[in-house]
Every structure is written in C-alpha cells, then in structure tokens.
Design a protein around this ligand. Structure first.
Ligand SMILES: NC(=O)c1ccc[n+]([C@@H]2O[C@H](COP(=O)([O-])OP(=O)(O)OC[C@H]3O[C@@H](n4cnc5c(N)ncnc54)[C@H](OP(=O)(O)O)[C@@H]3O)[C@@H](O)[C@H]2O)c1
Length: 275
C-alpha cells in the first residue's frame, strides 16, 4: 500500500492511502480487468470501511463486465444506468467477506475489528483491498464457523434463491423443480427448498448430477438425457435460473394448476408472466 496526498483543503492536508483494485474501464471479456492502484475509499458517516479478505466472481459481475446480461425487454435502460460507452463504476464485486477497519460517526451496528460478510448489488466495489458499505445494507457478522472464502460466496446465490422461494411462499410437502440446480443460485435453491420441506428435483448436466444429489435433491434430471417438460411430472414451484434456454411457455405444462413459475434469469416479459 502506498501513501499519497490526495486532497488539499484550505491549509489542511488530508492524507489518504491508495489501494490495489481490479478495475475495468471498458466492457468485454475477462482481459478487460486490470490490477491498478486506486484511491482508498473513506467511509461516510453511515458507512463502514471493510478490509476485503474474500470476494467472488458472480454471474452478475460477468454479465455487467461483458454487457451480456440484458434479457429482451429492458431496451436501452441498462446502458443508461451502467454507462453508455464505458462503465460508470469501474470496480466490480458485489459480495464479500472481510474485517471492518473503520466506521463512520453515525454507525452503531458495527465496530472496528468485526468480521463481516454481505452484498451490495447496486454499488459493487469488492474487487479491491477495501470497500465501503452502508451499515443499513445487506451486511452481517460472519458466523465464526465459516471461513472468509465460504462466507463471501453466500449472499448472491443464497439471497437470490431465498427471495424467490419466499416470493412463492414455499410450503412443506410441495414439489419444487430447480432448473440450473448446479449453479450459483440453484445450489442454494436446492438446499433452501429442502429446508422448507419441499420435495425437490434438480435439473443439471451429467457432470453435476452427484453434486446436486449431495446437496439434498430427491431427484436429479440430466438435461442432456431427459426433457423435464416431457416426462409427465408436475410441480408446485418451478424455479428457472437458466437464461435463454427455458421459458414460462416451455414450463407451463409441468406446473400444477396452482403452480408458480419463478423466472430468476428472465426479463420484464417473464416477470409479467410470473404475475
Ligand atoms: N433476478 C435476479 O435477481 C438474479 C440474481 C442472480 C442471478 N440472476 C440470473 O440468474 C441466472 C443464473 O445465475 P447463476 O449465478 O446461478 O448462474 P450459473 O452459476 O452460471 O448457473 C447456471 C446453471 O445452469 C445450468 N444449465 C445450463 N444449461 C442448462 C439447461 N439447459 N438446463 C438446466 N440447467 C442448465 C448450468 O449447469 P450445468 O453446468 O450442469 O449445465 C449452470 O450451473 C443468471 O442468468 C443470472 O444473471 C438473476
């Protein structure tokens, strides 16, 4: 870490440190990512400064980096939000685990030295030695029995799976189909649906059958061998995490009359159909 004078306000010199971060200044393949020295952030009054020990590469990061994420129906909105020609925010990384290094003057929930994990899907910034998070955001004390690596990989997949399964009011005894069961969202969806008492079927490729079984799925369908839409089974909940390959129309025949289709990877059209 280097020390630099970054601001001179009146006669007062404010010393700030710089830090290393993985930065991207144009959309594209992973080689647009560059390790750079950037200014270390300073927490606002309601923020904490976190020393990042672990972060992950989520599909969210990849989609935003490559600008490959836009399901049909969003139009130019994502470009306007993220940057038309180049990214407005240059440090990716939504989820993290680390240690609180400093707190703003209004922070009451955390203190220096707390080991935390969390996610900020709007602000990102975890591909860096340090980042700031608001104390009111999705940030919590890391369970002592989890490593930083383990904790950092929870919020994106588990948070998404949990919010969609809660949206469906998943109940004990229901039948749930998880499409994309071996992925970041699907692996948590299997475990959470089992936790809620559902009978769970996962759909994945041959190489991931054992993984999905080991997470508790009652049945696993290998999509390279069998089409779940044609096997005559019906489900109370279908959670679909596969972008571009599945759809409500394809899944409709596999739903019970009161069944719910949850388009995790869909666009506005799918959201309307979900309703
Ligand atoms: N709406 C939201 O809030 C939200 C939040 C998070 C993510 N997402 C979106 O949800 C999607 C999934 O995210 P993720 O992180 O779970 O992605 P991921 O880790 O890439 O998982 C996708 C999984 O889909 C499986 N798959 C591919 N083709 C399939 C097929 N034809 N049938 C069944 N499974 C198939 C792959 O498994 P195999 O290797 O076994 O083929 C892979 O593990 C992404 O599009 C992401 O952008 C949305």
């Amino acid at each position: 870490m280097q020390w630099t004078i970054s601001k001179i306000i009146g006669s007062r010199q404010i010393w700030k440190t710089s830090m290393k971060a993985v930065v991207y200044t144009r959309y594209g393949a992973p080689d647009v990512l560059q390790l750079k020295e950037v200014e270390k952030p300073v927490p606002k009054d309601n923020e904490v400064l976190i020393r990042v020990y672990a972060t992950s590469v989520t599909t969210g990061d990849c989609n935003v980096r490559g600008f490959t994420f836009v399901p049909p129906g969003f139009g130019p909105l994502p470009r306007l939000m993220l940057g038309i020609r180049k990214p407005k925010r240059t440090i990716l990384g939504v989820e993290l685990a680390g240690e609180i290094e400093a707190v703003g003057k209004d922070v009451t929930l955390f203190k220096k030295g707390d080991q935390v994990f969390g996610i900020d899907s709007d602000r990102w910034g975890a591909y860096a030695e340090y980042t700031c998070r608001t104390e009111a955001g999705a940030l919590a004390i890391k369970p002592a029995n989890m490593t930083y690596d383990e904790a950092s990989a929870v919020p994106f997949g588990a948070g998404t799976a949990l919010s969609f399964l809660r949206l469906a009011h998943i109940q004990n005894g229901q039948k749930a189909l998880i499409i994309g069961a071996s992925g970041g969202v699907g692996t948590y969806a299997i475990q959470l649906a089992k936790y809620y008492g559902a009978e769970v079927t996962g759909v994945c490729s041959t190489k991931n059958l054992e993984l999905v079984k080991s997470l508790g799925a009652d049945q696993v369908i290998d999509y390279t061998q069998e089409d779940f839409a044609r096997n005559g089974e019906t489900y109370d909940i279908i959670l679909d995490t596969v972008a571009g390959k599945s759809s409500f129309s394809r899944c409709k025949g596999s739903l019970t009359p009161e069944g719910l289709y949850l388009a995790v990877a869909g666009g506005p059209k799918d959201a309307v159909k979900m309703l």
